[in-house]
Design a protein around this ligand. Sequence first.
Ligand SMILES: Nc1ncnc2c1ncn2[C@@H]1O[C@H](COP(=O)(O)OP(=O)(O)OP(=O)(O)O)[C@@H](O)[C@H]1O
Ligand SMILES: [Mg+2]
Length: 605
Amino acid sequence: MKNKRKEILKDLLGEFGSEESGEEDIESPDEKTYEEPVKESEYVPEKLDSEEEDFSSDYYFPQKSETEEDSDESYLPRKTEEKEKKSLFLDDDEGEYHLDSIMRNDAPAERNISQPKDDKPKVDRTKRRTKKIKKMSEGIKAEIIEEGLIPSYNVNVPKFTERERQLLNEIREKLVEVAVSQGEKFQLNEGSFIGEVKEFLKMRGVRDTDKLATQISQEMLGYAQLDPMIKDDDLEEIMVIGTDKPVFVYHRKIGMMQTNVIFEEDTDIRAIVDVIARQVNRRIDQQTPILDARLADGSRVNATIPPVSADGSTLTIRKFRKDPLTVIDLINFKTLSSHLAGFLWVCVDGLGVKPCNAIIAGGTGSGKTTTLNTVTSFTPPRERIITIEDTLELQLPHNHVLRMETRPPNIEGKGELDMDTLVKNSLRQRPDRVIVGEVRGSEAITLFTALNTGHSGFGTLYSNTARETITRLVNPPMNVPNIMIPALDFIIMQNRMYRPEGGSIRRVTEVAEIVGMEEGNVQLNRVFEWNNVVDKVEYVGIASQTLREIAELRGIGVTEIEEEIEKRRLVLEYMADNNIRSITDVGSWINEYYRDPDEVLEKIL
Ligand SMILES: Nc1ncnc2c1ncn2[C@@H]1O[C@H](COP(=O)(O)OP(=O)(O)OP(=O)(O)O)[C@@H](O)[C@H]1O
Ligand SMILES: [Mg+2]
């Protein structure tokens, strides 16, 4: 790859790319010292991360299918040792087990579910299945079994005994009373809450108040059984679909998985929904049975309660990526080709004369917001970016970014700040770039007015084809006048394709350029398209109008622009080859290129 890059650079740069260009100083990437980029579609379920341990470690992950009787008791650990029966309570003999034991990391070997239980033909399940234990934090682990129609994701959050649950419910009722009496002023401090719970438990004769108080606090103020899933960065989505049904998760590499968590009571799901609502100072009730919110870690949440959701309360959590995907990841995953990435870099930059406008369109969960984030990251550092979103998702490496978030109406139906209001407001804030997270309503006209008056903007839009994107834009509820559409330069179509073996791949399937209007119809020109045979996003070869415009305004030829695309492509390929992929690293390489392109090109030779 390095030699090829050198050859192309020599062609592009003439003398500059000669052998004497300081090769000594620039170390060639030692293949072995760099981690091979993970191809999204080539996931080998060997080891999920460094914290994972082999299944031979003795954790107990209750699963219905693993127990002899398919009873509700199956969630409880088997009663193997007398001491485990010891109750937490002085006066309690209902307690089936000691909470300590289920949380214990050194549980006895008999607890290992792979251990044969009787004299039936012994099947060593560890051999048959791919099992991994993933440790999220102390005491929080998940077991991953990649087998069957739907792989399993089992968590080891302890269950409460009947007695403990009674106490929990009493505390919950008391808390609700306090919350109701204090109204809007109600605020909860986790530290003092645990203290008060301990006092209460002591009064009720509980011996080990520390552990139980912490667990009660986690159940009431945290996300209870969802906690391990919320802490697992490998999950893309967590889906609670009602009572008496398993919670599902979407694993970034394995795909859809079924968990061992089943909420039997709607109040248990509601308790989590209420915690989330409280954190963002919103309410979910009969009048407003839908909640859109954000968790403290940035994850996007949608919750519904009956009667809107027929089978109980639901929760859909789109996990926030602490380490966001960058253009280099997208190249490694083959979502984009390096050529397309170089092309978009030049168009987003506009070489100082014509920054392009674009809409990233596609189906739900196809990766639109992620591609929007990577495309926006090409914005030159001297520009002022204003982002407007329903839930803050974008993570840009730039310093000069104003992040705006919409606000739903309060309980009296007042105080709403919708997309349109924020887009209008952004135009008074002297933006260089207006980024709208999701275009779907009247804000579309405001955005297109901005684009028609010389602003630059990007956004995402839900649609299946480039043509449909236009149809949706010009029809209700967006109602953008046809005549305004040509202010848009590109529609980048992104799709998510599911794989029969599990997981999915995401591809930019088309980049359509808007080239004008003919007899009232918007004319589209396909510049890039996905070739599914070779699985590559390829340049169609029809000269892009945007490139011609940039060339004209710069007073240079299109060939020079194409050379510039090639140079940037090589920089991106160098970064991909050398695993330079974090948002900060990619951001600083892009900035370096803006500062001194020749220096960067010299570095990658
Ligand atoms: N190219 C990609 N390759 C692999 N994973 C991706 C890619 N793009 C996005 N993802 C992951 O897929 C999930 C959904 O991505 P994203 O939020 O960008 O999709 P979206 O189309 O904006 O979804 P929505 O329709 O819900 O707004 C995220 O967890 C993200 O990390
Ligand atoms: Mg999105």
